[in-house]
Every structure is written in C-alpha cells, then in structure tokens.
Design a protein around this ligand. Structure first.
Ligand code: ASP
Length: 412
C-alpha cells in the first residue's frame, strides 16, 4: 500500500479513525446540535468525496480483474470449481451466523436483557418486495452498458465472466483483447492505490459525523440489543473466520486479523461493503490470496455474502418479537434461518440495506414490519459492525478458496 511510508497505512487509518471518533465526540457535546450540523455540512462532504472515488473505481476494477482472472485461468472448468467452493462457503457461514444470532438473542431475551418497548403507533413502510425468481432473473444483464453505469454488481460480475470466456474461446483472435484487459486491470489497480492513500483522512471524515449524530444513542434503551449484536459479530468472526482461515486457508488467525485491519476499519467507518471492496482486494492479496481467485470471490461476496447482516437480522427478529409479546417457536427459528440467509444474499452492499431486508425476515414469521421502526433510529451503529463482519467473511473465503485451489493444482 504505502511502501515509502515508514509506518504502515493501517497505522494511519487507525489514527484517522481515532481522530474522527474524538472529533465526533467533541462535536456531539456542542449545544443545540450545532456540532451535528457542522459535522454534516463541513466534514461529511469530504467523506462522501472519498467514498465516491472508491465507488467510481470499483466497477472497472471488478470488470477488468474478473475478466483478467478468467483469462489467466485458461480453463472454464476452473471458474466453476472456484464458484462452487465460494458459494458453499458463503451459504454455510451465513447459516451459522444466523443460528448463532438466534441463540444469543434468545439467551438475552430469557435473561430479560431486552427492553420492552411500546409497539403502538409505530410506522414503517417496507419498499416493494422482490420475489426470489425476480432476484435470480435480475442477475443476468439485458444490456452491456447499464449494469456498469448503475454499478449493479452481480450483473457486472456476469459480464466480466462472459468477457473472460469470450477471450479464451477466441484463441489467437482474442490476444489483443486479453492484453487490453490485462493492461486496464493494471491501470485501474494503480488508480485504486492512489485513492486508498487518501484513506486516513477519508475514514476520519466518514466516521466523525456518524459519531456526532449517533453517539448518544449508544447509551439508549437499545444498548443491550446493540451489545447482543456486537457480541454475535465478534464471536462469529473469531470462531468461524479464525477456524476456517487457520484450517483451510493456510493463514494464522493473528496474521489474518492484523492484515485485514485496514479493510475492517474502512468497513466500520463507511458501512459499505462495495465501497470497501478495493481495500479488501489489497488486504487479501497481501495475505497471500491469488489474484484471480480474490478478484472473483470478493466482488461476489460484497454482493451476496452478509454474515454480519444475518446476525443483525436474527437479533432484531427476536427483539422485535419480544416487544410484541410473541415467542418464536423452533419452526419460526428454522424459517428465520432460511429467510435471513436468502435476505442477506439479496442485500446490497450499501449502508442501510440490511434493515430494508429485515422486513422479509419479519414477514416470514408473521411479525409486523412496523417493528423495524423500533431499531431504525440506530441502524447505522448496527450497520458499522455488520459491514465489518460482512467483508471479513468475504476475505476469509478468498483465502480459503485460494489455498484449496493451489492444493488442487499441485495435486494435478
Ligand atoms: N451495509 C451493509 C454492507 O454494505 C449491508 C447491510 O446494510 O446490512 O455490507
């Protein structure tokens, strides 16, 4: 990342995070919410500029790196092998996450740690739902440009894979296209490096307004619900990612979490998996993941793998049920595991998306969607943690699949 700096970039991002948090706490104390408006008017715009730059680079990065990855694999079957391993890892870890969340939330509920909030007069209108079939149809683009312009990630992934396949099948005629893709891949990686150098300032400007605005709510009535979700996030990350990267990824857990620190801090301050994607790619490659694998596994994960979101949905479902005086049966819990796994796949990697998908989980067990209003006010604080878990899960998968693929190749 920054070879010329004596201290690693992770250190400066950490300092940025601290400065942002301290400044946010300072602004929070100013009278009449004036600190919040200062943060929003003068600091947030710089955070937005940084996030915009990351979002701008993410589509070309995904497009060229996946296409280059497929071309370098020289084998369409290998894409299938990586894809299958990735999907199995993603689905198993997400299902585990939601089971863990339900266990933790049920314990918290039976210890009477959740507040009994009033449910009368709540309002929340969920946006128009999409059926599962619509979601599947939506993966396939009907236009080559629109998905790139709208950053519709799954469609961009499909385009990149086809582009790679086309180059491979074209043989000699495809050589120029292959070189062009490889060259653009290199160029956009360099642009990404430049943008990532701005991250200490970017992270500070992203986190400061969030703390100034949401700081007091950490001490709200919902503190213990937040705490339950955060315990779920931490236990899941330590248990599942440490074990899988240690046993299958060939990387020690300590090295994994240290190497992932920049991406995790970025996810925490931006609450956007897609915005964090460029960081995640750098971090996993430094940890030893192969580029062709990482460039396929990570963008896919940023769109469909959301373990943190699943944990949040499990905890909130139990909490909302308890406010409505409903006890969830074992059957309800199984339904929640299934729907939350699907809901987290359908969640976009942008701030707040997980809360919208919570409606689907609540509906599946007959809970009123207005219950979302109980947790909506502090969604950002849930979101910072769940996004951090989401991207860490993607990275763990990239290391595991990369290591398994290397072993498969050496066996051949
Ligand atoms: N913000 C999350 C992410 O980008 C999605 C969510 O809201 O759960 O991963």
């Amino acid at each position: 990342m920054s070879k010329q700096n004596k201290l690693p970039l992770a250190f400066w991002i950490f300092i940025g995070l601290l400065v942002g948090i301290v400044a946010g706490l300072g602004l929070m104390l100013l009278p009449n919410q004036s600190g919040v408006s200062i943060a929003k008017s003068y600091i947030q715009p710089f955070g937005t500029i940084f996030l915009n730059l990351l979002k701008f680079v993410v589509v070309p990065i995904v497009l060229f790196s996946i296409a280059a990855g497929v071309v370098s694999m020289k084998d369409i079957g290998k894409v299938g092998s990586i894809g299958a391993k990735t999907i199995v890892y993603y689905i198993c870890t997400t299902a585990f996450a939601i089971v863990l969340a339900l266990i933790l939330a049920t314990i918290a509920k039976s210890l009477h740690l959740f507040p009994a909030l009033q449910t009368t007069g709540l309002e929340y209108t969920p946006p128009e739902g999409q059926s599962l079939m619509d979601t599947i149809v939506g993966i396939f683009p009907s236009n080559a440009i629109q998905p790139l312009a709208n950053a519709t990630m799954l469609q961009v992934i499909v385009i990149s894979i086809f582009l790679g396949f086309g180059v491979l099948l074209a043989g000699e005629q495809g050589i120029l296209a292959a070189q062009t893709i490889e060259s653009f891949n290199e160029v956009f990686t360099k642009i990404m490096d430049l943008i990532i150098r701005l991250s200490p300032v970017g992270v500070a400007c992203l986190i400061c307004p969030v703390i100034a605005e949401n700081g007091p709510s950490i001490l709200s009535q919902l503190a213990l619900v937040l705490l339950t979700a955060y315990i779920g996030y931490i236990v899941h990350a330590l248990l599942v990612y440490s074990t899988t990267v240690g046993a299958l990824g060939g990387v020690s857990p300590a090295k994994f979490f240290t190497g992932m620190a920049p991406a995790m801090m970025m996810a925490f301050s931006s609450a956007s998996s897609v915005g964090t994607l460029p960081f995640n790619m750098e971090c996993v490659e430094k940890l030893g993941a192969k580029r062709d694998v990482a460039s396929f596994v990570l963008p896919l994960g940023a769109t469909i793998n959301m373990d943190g979101t699943a944990i949040y949905q499990g905890v909130c479902a139990v909490f909302i049920a308890s406010c409505y005086g409903v006890s969830l049966t074992l059957g309800d819990m199984v339904t929640i595991v299934l729907t939350a796994t699907l809901a987290s796949i359908g969640t976009a990697g942008v701030p707040g998306a997980g809360m919208v998908m919570l409606a689907m989980v609540l509906q599946s067990v007959g809970l009123p969607v207005e219950g979302i209003a109980l947790v909506a006010g502090i969604d950002r604080i849930f979101d910072m943690g769940r996004t951090t878990v989401n991207i860490t899960g993607d990275a763990a998968c990239a290391l595991v699949v990369s290591n398994l693929e290397s072993k498969r190749e050496s066996r051949k």
